[in-house]
Design a protein around this ligand. Structure first.
Ligand SMILES: NC(=O)C1=CN([C@@H]2O[C@H](COP(=O)(O)OP(=O)(O)OC[C@H]3O[C@@H](n4cnc5c(N)ncnc54)[C@H](OP(=O)(O)O)[C@@H]3O)[C@@H](O)[C@H]2O)C=CC1
Ligand SMILES: Nc1c(N[C@@H]2O[C@H](COP(=O)(O)O)[C@@H](O)[C@H]2O)[nH]c(=O)[nH]c1=O
Length: 336
């Protein structure tokens, strides 16, 4: 299964990724560089093109020691795999090849071939950090799931521009100020894939547990508006992802007819609470559930959530394309 692809870059107010000088230009302010470091810490591989290696000589490592330690506690390498796309030999002194801290692979191929190669190396979440050519190539190939575009409050006038394929529409997921910069987060693809991938990425926010899965979920109204999102143990150590968000949305008139997206099949039975998530979903009037991963018989001998939902007349849709993303952070390593 191809990795989930996050493309990340910073642009000036006039749409440039760099200026025309040979000096390296960092557009992001300190708060955004720290945010990007957090995104790096959450992926399995970071990819750039040879042009970025030649222009910026990046190290592509997780800078924060604390974030590296968290990765190690998840039994991951301290920094993600570094991937450089290049058709020509790279300067052997390039820091991405010489600086210790992560492995580096150099690949040459179409976006589809590169993604298949990385999937074979166990990469489930890939971050593309540039540059102009590689971002355009992957956006044009329809190979980007999420774009994080940061706009820095500066005019540059000339240099490489951020460009993509003509006429492709994205769906806005979030806008946020990060220091003096503005983050625009968009997703590409059909609505079910966009919402389910977003739910799967929410698993990363769950407080760890040795005895329960980490699950993310999203509730989306019939008109496409995202009503709420949740993740396991968000408000209470016993909470399932669905419980938190449905409690928050109780009484919302848009719930009947809404769709719930969950990284994992909702539970059909509960030991620690009176009602299963399937019952709560039915009671809320939700008409459809889309999920990525069928619950394995690990914590419950015979998972029964999908059967319970279908008995209640709720349509269920399984999108196994997102199963690796749903599973990636679903179990604390010592619980495996
Ligand atoms: N503001 C920001 O967030 C960022 C800005 N930048 C800026 O972007 C600029 C660099 O962009 P650009 O010059 O377009 O270079 P890129 O980093 O996009 O690299 C392009 C090169 O990558 C190689 N390449 C691309 N696709 C493939 C492929 N499918 N298979 C094999 N090799 C491939 C080719 O290298 P080869 O020649 O070896 O064949 C190509 O010339 C710099 O100015 C940099 O500062 C970069 C990252 C982030
Ligand atoms: N200039 C720029 C970015 N540039 C990206 O960061 C890489 C350098 O990372 P490091 O090796 O850690 O110094 C660089 O090569 C490019 O991929 N990123 C951003 O979020 N904002 C920015 O303004």
């Amino acid at each position: 299964m191809r990795p989930h692809v996050l493309a990340s870059c910073a642009v000036s107010l006039d749409g440039f990724l760099d200026d025309a000088s040979d000096e390296r230009l960092i557009l992001s302010g300190p708060a955004d560089l720290d945010r990007v470091d957090g995104e790096r810490a959450g992926v399995d591989a970071i990819l750039v093109g040879a042009g970025t290696v030649r222009a910026d000589d990046p190290r592509l490592l997780v800078r924060s020691a604390e974030r590296r330690d968290v990765r190690v506690s998840w039994r991951r390498t301290p920094s993600p795999l570094r991937v450089v796309l290049s058709g020509k030999p790279l300067d052997p002194a390039a820091r991405v090849l010489t600086e210790p801290g992560a492995e580096t692979v150099v690949l040459d191929g179409s976006p589809g071939e590169v993604l298949d190669d990385l999937a074979g190396r166990g990469v489930v979440r890939l971050m593309i950090e540039g540059g102009a050519g590689v971002l355009r190539e992957f956006l044009t190939a329809g190979a980007v799931d999420e774009l994080q575009l940061v706009v820095a409050p500066v005019l540059v006038g000339a240099g490489p521009r951020f460009t993509g394929a003509p006429g492709v529409r994205a769906a806005l997921v979030e806008t946020r100020s990060v220091g003096d910069d503005v983050l625009l987060r968009h997703r590409f693809g059909p609505p079910d894939d966009r919402h389910l991938a977003e739910a799967c990425v929410l698993t990363e926010r769950c407080p760890p547990s040795e005895s329960a899965f980490s699950v993310g979920c999203l509730v989306v109204a019939a008109d496409g508006a995202v009503l709420g999102s949740g993740w396991s143990r968000r408000d209470d150590p016993l909470d399932h992802a669905e419980e938190g968000v449905l409690r928050e949305l109780a009484g919302d008139p848009r719930l009947p007819g809404a769709t719930l997206y969950s990284s994992l099949e909702p539970c059909g039975q509960r030991a620690s609470r009176p009602d299963s998530c399937a019952t709560l979903i039915e009671r809320a009037g939700i008409g459809r559930v889309v999920y990525a991963w069928r619950e394995p018989p690990e914590f419950v001998a015979r998972p029964s959530g999908i059967a319970a939902l279908e008995r209640a007349g709720i349509t269920t849709t399984h999108l196994p394309r997102w199963e690796p993303l749903a599973r990636r952070s679903a179990r604390w390593p010592s619980a495996m």
